[in-house]
Design a protein around this ligand. Structure first.
Ligand code: NDP
Ligand code: GDR
Length: 345
């Protein structure tokens, strides 16, 4: 029988890749989007699935319990993937209440709807390495204690524990994927990797002079989003619900990624100075192509993330494949193409 899945957040990076994967596996997919004055489906358009007969676009808001009940009743899913969130850490400091309502309570709404309508539905919660925050051990695993450092991290921690709680209290198949940063050409431009690759492409094409960034010392474990959504699916095919880390077990600084991206566009840069005065110079032209703007600093920072995906490798047969160099190159090339075509998303 054809399986049915709800993917909340179809307009986001992971929602688009997951919908593509599930359609390829023969699922009937119900992808949710929010009503706005101008809905933007550029990601599923890039993937060429926006008009696929197996993809049904459903208007839905995670902050509304009634909307969650109707969604679960109407779609009659076998699986629900909760990817919707206010997912930008920086914004969560400015909008902590909205972040909590969407990112924390939103997950509870879906779990309540599942409990009331059909507790046999399998549920995936998009948890995050941001829950480790001020890390308590290196590398981080499923057993590392949490210490979130932003309203976003705190909200995600609630969603994570309520998923575990519904698993233990009501026997709901709720699995939580603690995913480390994952990027792609479909990443939003406010996140640092895509901001860098898009700006590097614009600098290369003479459309921008300087890239402005915040903390260059932050270290992240960056993987390829398309591989991470496969891990989400595998979690819901397992015999038992559980919690899994998906990561690459490699960490690099934002500075390293800047250098890699410029190199990918054929520009050799050298970093000079330090702190708020640090710059990157194009060695061929002598021009400054990157400088610090303190407005991009955060009130509290997550300094270092590196995850050990050994449990997912052993129990789900999942493993990251794409190196950071390959990922960065893929993103730079996509942004060069888009900028040449005058596309801005
Ligand atoms: P995006 O920010 O690209 O997508 C988030 C999605 O959530 C968008 O489709 C957005 O819709 C939707 N959304 C926001 N608020 C609501 C709401 N009130 N009701 C319904 N939908 C809403 O995130 P990613 O695709 O990168 O990430 C997917 C999930 O995984 C998120 O929950 C994120 O926090 C989590 N995560 C991501 C990681 C990463 O590195 N990418 C790592 C670990 C976890 P709209 O387009 O209308 O804003
Ligand atoms: P993150 O991703 O906070 O890890 O959350 P982001 O790309 O926003 O930041 C990564 C690091 O880069 C530093 N940084 C900057 N970040 C942004 N966005 N813009 C800048 O100009 C800039 N300069 C330096 C940040 O301070 C930070 O240290 C992402 C999101 O996808 C979350 O939803 C997800 O849960 C986590 O990854 C895992």
């Amino acid at each position: 029988m054809t399986k049915r899945a709800i993917v909340t957040g179809i307009s986001g990076q992971d929602g688009a890749y997951l919908a593509e994967l599930l359609i390829a596996k023969g699922y009937e997919v119900f992808g949710t989007y929010r009503r706005t004055s101008s809905v933007n489906f550029w990601r599923i358009e890039e993937l060429g699935i926006q008009n696929h007969p197996k993809l049904h676009l459903v208007e839905y808001d995670l902050t509304d319990l009634g909307s969650s009940l109707n969604l679960i009743k109407d779609a009659e899913p076998d699986e629900v993937y909760n990817l919707a969130a206010q997912s930008f850490v920086g914004v969560s400091f400015d909008q902590p209440t909205t972040t909590a309502q969407i990112t924390a309570i939103g997950a509870l709404h879906l779990l309540e709807a599942i409990r009331l309508v059909n507790p046999k539905i399998r549920f995936y919660q998009a948890s995050t390495s941001e829950m480790f925050g001020k890390v308590q051990s290196i590398p981080q695993t499923e057993d590392t204690p949490f210490y979130p450092r932003s309203p976003y991290g705190v909200a995600k921690l609630y969603a994570h524990w309520i998923t575990v709680n519904y698993r233990e209290s009501y026997d709901i198949f709720g699995s939580s994927g603690i995913l480390f940063n994952h990027e792609s050409p479909l990443r939003g431009r406010e996140f640092v990797t895509r901001k860098i690759t898009d700006s590097v492409a614009k600098i290369k094409l003479g459309k921008l002079d300087v890239l402005e960034l915040g903390n260059l010392d932050a270290k992240r474990d960056w993987g390829f989003a398309k591989e991470y959504v496969e891990g989400m699916w595998r979690m819901l095919q397992a015999d038992e619900p559980d919690t899994f880390v998906l990561a690459t077990n490699r960490t690099e600084t934002v500075r390293d990624f800047v250098k890699m991206a410029f190199k990918g566009a054929g520009i050799e840069v050298e970093f000079r100075g330090g702190g708020e005065s640090e710059t990157a110079i194009d060695l061929a032209s002598g021009k400054t192509v990157m400088r610090i703007n303190p407005k991009f600093y955060r009130p509290a920072e997550v300094d270092l993330l590196i995850g050990n995906p050994a449990k997912a490798m052993a129990k789900l047969g999942w493993a990251p494949q794409t190196t950071l160099e390959q990922l960065c190159q893929m993103m730079v090339e996509a942004d060069l193409r888009r900028n040449k075509q005058g596309l801005s998303f």
